[in-house]
Design a protein around this ligand. Structure first.
Ligand code: ADP
Ligand code: MG
Length: 229
């Protein structure tokens, strides 16, 4: 099943002196049960692509369909509800709440979305896999970059979304942790039928991907990059 589809997406940013086209006629789709990797160097448009795919930003032109709905035809409120019910984001800014402990970050999700979240056991399993089960009483400020990144991943997975969109989820991780996160994401796609899209310049994730795309200067094509990372 197609979970996300982008058709002829153009995104340009106007400044007083210029008009920069960041995405140039991007076409993309992601199916349930598969892990797609969008690789590209810094500045190639990866974050812009991912936030448009998830309805956080609107494109200048083109169509985004998520969970069978055309995003531009939804009201802001309906789009927020669709995101909450269907999409888990791992953003570069991590988005952890500074005054809540790691454990409380998950309880906050329960408040915002009371139903359909992972069971206590399933969450515990993910925290164990990611090596962060011992951090539940700590505040974000006391975590290392890698620990913060792994908490952000667990927090995105906790609502059990059908679609997971991750922006550079392994940038702060060492290679053994990258392998754990890559395997976890691949397992979620294959065993739990999630549609997972990861944008990154981290080639260590390549071997976990079902499909690979390259974004270069705002143009997306299928296949691994030819540039040296
Ligand atoms: P990546 O995630 O691959 O590093 P981004 O999507 O963040 O790339 O950015 C791609 C290009 O778009 C960059 O040149 C960036 O400066 C520009 N850009 C991104 N967001 C904005 C914005 N809000 N206004 C102006 N330019 C932007
Ligand atoms: Mg980025």
């Amino acid at each position: 099943m197609t979970a996300i589809e982008l058709k002829h997406i153009i995104k340009s940013f106007k400044t007083p002196t210029s008009n920069v086209e960041v995405l140039k006629d991007v076409n993309f789709s992601a199916d349930s049960g598969s892990l797609s990797l969008v690789l590209g160097p810094s500045g190639s448009g990866k974050s812009t692509f991912l936030t448009i795919a998830g309805g956080i930003q609107t494109p200048t032109d083109g169509v985004v369909q998520t969970a069978g709905k055309n995003l531009e035809q939804l009201s802001g409120k309906a789009r927020d509800a669709l995101r909450l019910d269907n999409i888990g984001f791992v953003l570069q800014s991590y988005n952890l709440v500074p005054y809540l402990t790691v454990g409380e970050q998950f309880k906050l999700v329960d408040k915002i979305k009371p139903k359909g979240n992972l069971s206590h056991e399933a969450l515990e399993g993910i925290l164990e896999d990611l090596g962060i089960a011992n951090l539940v009483n700590q505040y974000p400020a006391s975590l290392s970059g890698g620990q913060t990144q792994r908490v952000a991943i667990a927090r995105a997975l906790y609502p059990d979304p059908a679609i997971i969109l991750a922006d550079e989820p392994t940038a702060a991780l060492d290679s053994p942790r990258v392998a754990i996160v890559g395997q976890l994401l691949a397992d979620l796609a294959h065993k739990r039928n999630k549609a997972i899209v990861v944008v990154t310049h981290d080639l260590r994730l390549e071997k976990f991907a079902d499909r690979k795309f390259t974004l270069l200067d705002g143009r997306l094509k299928e296949g691994a990059p030819e540039y040296a990372a």
